[in-house]
Design a protein around this ligand. Structure first.
Ligand SMILES: O=C(CO)[C@H](O)[C@H](O)COP(=O)(O)O
Length: 250
């Protein structure tokens, strides 16, 4: 097994390769959704270069304040939310994806805006390193965005569902809870194995005070997952097979 530093370098390289492959799915004139996290950040960097070089003219909306700041700094034209706004393509990372392209997202705390943009997109393309593809969801703790007042009751309800909940803390200031861009709390639920993601999603949706959960079901149309140096493409229930490059959108 690789030592941790080399393993994380390798995963970072895989993220960069997946991001570079995703750039080839972007067409001139597209309206894009920009994801959040380290893999999405690689994509935004490459997109910014393509915009600066005049290779691509696009407009975009970001799924977090962090991604928005990065895109603004790189000169990517940004669109505010408005009625009727739809995205041709949203490119985002994931914490876990299974062979049906069901996802766990929200490790970076942006699950609410990520789900809003994914739902408003014609095409959600996931980019990921090889560690993210799993046979069954649940090893990665499932994030919830929770209204602060509701926290105690949400913790009780999630514990009853069999996913021991842990309130996420601010990395810079561990005494404080982590907050989403909306000012809500984040709770990570340790289910370990999620045998029926659809049933769990329904159960979580009915808990008052849960603003959103990190299960993304039926939203991803394709995923670019790098294994070593090879970028693979997976579609729900199909693949992964080596990605061939251009014109992957149906
Ligand atoms: O859902 C997310 C943020 O809320 C990210 O897409 C997810 O956490 C993956 O992050 P990374 O690309 O850094 O591994």
């Amino acid at each position: 097994m690789l030592p941790p530093a080399s393993a994380s370098n390798q995963l970072n390289q895989e993220k960069q390769l997946a991001a570079a492959a995703a750039l080839r799915w972007v067409r001139d004139g597209m309206i894009l959704g920009l994801g959040t996290g380290s893999t999405a950040a690689h994509f935004i960097t490459l997109l910014g270069e393509a915009v600066r070089n005049g290779q691509l003219r696009v407009q975009a909306t970001a799924t977090s304040q962090a991604s928005e700041a990065q895109a603004r700094e790189l000169g990517i034209p940004l669109l505010e939310p408005r009625r009727g706004l739809r995205f041709d393509l949203t490119v985002d990372g994931a914490d876990e994806l299974d062979p049906q392209l069901r996802l766990i997202k929200g490790g970076g705390g942006a699950l609410l805006r990520e789900k809003i943009l994914a739902t408003a997109s014609e095409y959600l393309l996931i980019i990921a390193d090889s560690s993210k593809l799993v046979p069954q969801l649940g090893q990665f703790p499932l994030p919830l965005e929770v209204v602060p007042f509701a926290l105690p009751w949400v913790l009780d309800a999630v514990a009853e569902l069999g996913g021991p909940p842990v309130l996420r803390h601010n990395r810079q200031n561990p005494q404080e809870p982590a907050r989403s861009d909306q000012g809500n709390l984040l709770v990570d639920c340790h289910f370990n194995q999620i045998s029926d993601p659809a049933q769990l999603a329904t159960q979580l949706q009915t808990i008052p005070g849960v603003v959103e959960h990190g299960l993304f079901l039926g939203l991803a149309r394709a995923a670019l997952v790098t294994q070593g140096e090879q970028v693979m493409v997976a579609r729900p229930g199909i693949g992964p097979v080596p990605a061939t490059g251009f014109a992957e959108l149906p």
